[in-house]
Design a protein around this ligand. Structure first.
Ligand SMILES: Nc1nc2c(ncn2[C@@H]2O[C@H](COP(=O)(O)OP(=O)(O)OP(=O)(O)O)[C@@H](O)[C@H]2O)c(=O)[nH]1
Length: 401
């Protein structure tokens, strides 16, 4: 199974809900009349799916300096189709699928997949009218895409399709490409700079996944040959420090700590001194996420920034905001708040595995346009993936191929 197939499965165990809602929406309003042949009215037949059916090479999470946009990915290598062993005991399938050949008459490509299975002549289709658009908006809002974004997305897919009879598959394809279009400009790997150390300040509310993300990133940087130092800047919570030490060990990266309750800025300064002395490539600084007292937190973050700037006026080079996807629309408020507390340069969205709230990422991209560097898809060290807009959009729509 390809890496992306696995990731899609992990990413949206429950995105089936959105997919099922879209199927139901079309089926509910489907006309029962046999379909008249739609030549001009119908949108182009199924878009070519070939690129998605191929295993795709993930975009790199880590870029080498100098920073470049979208590093080229090598062409995908198709997995060879399994061939039955000559001496296999398996009985031959009763109707072996003939090898695919060029369709001589695409106009008569009916019945479709569902038709073949259920003996129908056509998959359900529904006229894309105001009622359907309204239902579509509701489905997207339920998937946490936010009202504004849901309205814009539905308006855009209505263009050129309004009044036509559409299938669920066509709607999903149209939504996926519209969503990918919104996400494309924000899908950016974390930039690497020549500064040594490159200072990465990691902010976010408690429990959003900061510690886990730092551990996963440190492991990926190490695997890319970078030397990394971590500073456990949430000095007020012993458990947070211990957790970071566990992740440091897993990633094979030293974790600098300070006595409980001591000044995080002083730890950051010491960590900066050590990282500079050792010639480390990266210094990742964990921070507290107590939003209960915003003024304190703002002062704490500002002080960390002030002291590390004494060592390097350009630091921090990245300020990553870690967001928990399961909080849905709350993530939007968190971006608003943390943008006031710190100069957020990019986002990492965690816990996208097994949540039906992945749509919030589309709302985030649409509203803030902040780069999304990576997504967390599990609790293991390797469960941090580059953010691929097309894969994400298709997974969100339950399109697996
Ligand atoms: N399923 C899943 N769980 C995650 C992911 N990222 C983090 N978690 C879990 O979320 C919980 C909180 O993660 P932490 O990394 O401790 O969060 P934090 O922001 O550092 O929280 P504090 O230590 O309380 O400040 C842990 O149980 C993690 O295992 C993810 O991508 N998927």
């Amino acid at each position: 199974m390809s890496f992306f197939k696995k990731m899609r499965e992990k990413m949206f165990r429950s995105s089936d809900r959105l997919s099922e809602d879209l199927d139901a929406l079309v089926e509910e309003g489907a006309d029962t009349e046999p379909a008249p042949r739609q030549t001009e009215a119908e949108p182009a037949p199924e878009p070519a799916l070939a690129p998605q059916t191929q295993p795709r090479t993930p975009a790199p999470l880590i870029l080498d300096t100098p920073v470049t946009d979208a590093a080229p990915t090598p062409p995908p290598v198709a997995e060879p189709a399994p061939t039955p062993a000559a001496d296999s005991d398996e009985p031959a399938p009763p109707h072996p699928e003939p090898a695919p050949t060029a369709d001589p008459n695409p106009e008569q490509r009916r019945p479709g997949f569902f038709g073949r299975i259920f003996g129908q002549t056509e998959e359900p289709r529904r006229i894309l009218d105001d009622a359907m658009l309204e239902s579509l908006e509701e489905v997207l809002i339920q998937a946490d895409m936010g009202v504004e974004t849901a309205l814009r997305v539905t308006a855009n897919i209505a263009e050129g399709r309004y009044g036509r009879r559409v299938s669920s598959r066509e709607i999903k394809e149209a939504l996926a490409s519209e969503i990918a279009r919104i996400l494309d400009p924000v899908a950016r790997p974390m930039p690497l700079y020549p500064s040594r150390p490159q200072v990465v300040l990691v902010v976010g509310v408690n429990g959003s996944g900061k510690t886990t993300t730092i551990g996963k990133l440190a492991s990926q940087f190490r695997a890319a040959g970078k030397s990394v130092v971590i500073a456990a800047g949430d000095t007020f919570r012993a458990a947070a420090v211990e957790q970071l030490q566990v992740w440091g060990k897993r990633a094979g990266v030293p974790v600098l700590t300070a006595p409980e309750g001591s000044d995080p800025a002083s730890l950051a300064f010491d960590a900066m001194t050590k990282a500079q002395a050792e010639g480390a490539d990266l210094l990742m600084i964990d921070t507290a996420g107590r939003l209960q007292n915003r003024a304190d937190l703002m002062e704490e973050l500002a002080k960390i920034v002030r002291v590390i700037r004494k060592k390097d006026p350009d630091a921090p080079h990245n300020t990553l905001l870690v967001l928990d996807a399961t909080t849905g629309q709350n993530a939007l408020n968190q971006v608003e708040i943390f943008r006031k507390l710190a100069d957020v340069s990019g986002l990492v969205m965690t816990k996208l595995d097994g949540t039906a709230k992945g749509g919030v990422l589309v709302a985030l991209a649409d509203r803030f346009g902040l780069p999304i560097h990576a997504i967390g898809v599990g609790e293991q060290i390797d469960d941090l993936a580059p953010f691929d807009p097309e894969d994400f959009a298709r997974a969100l729509m339950g399109l697996d191929d």
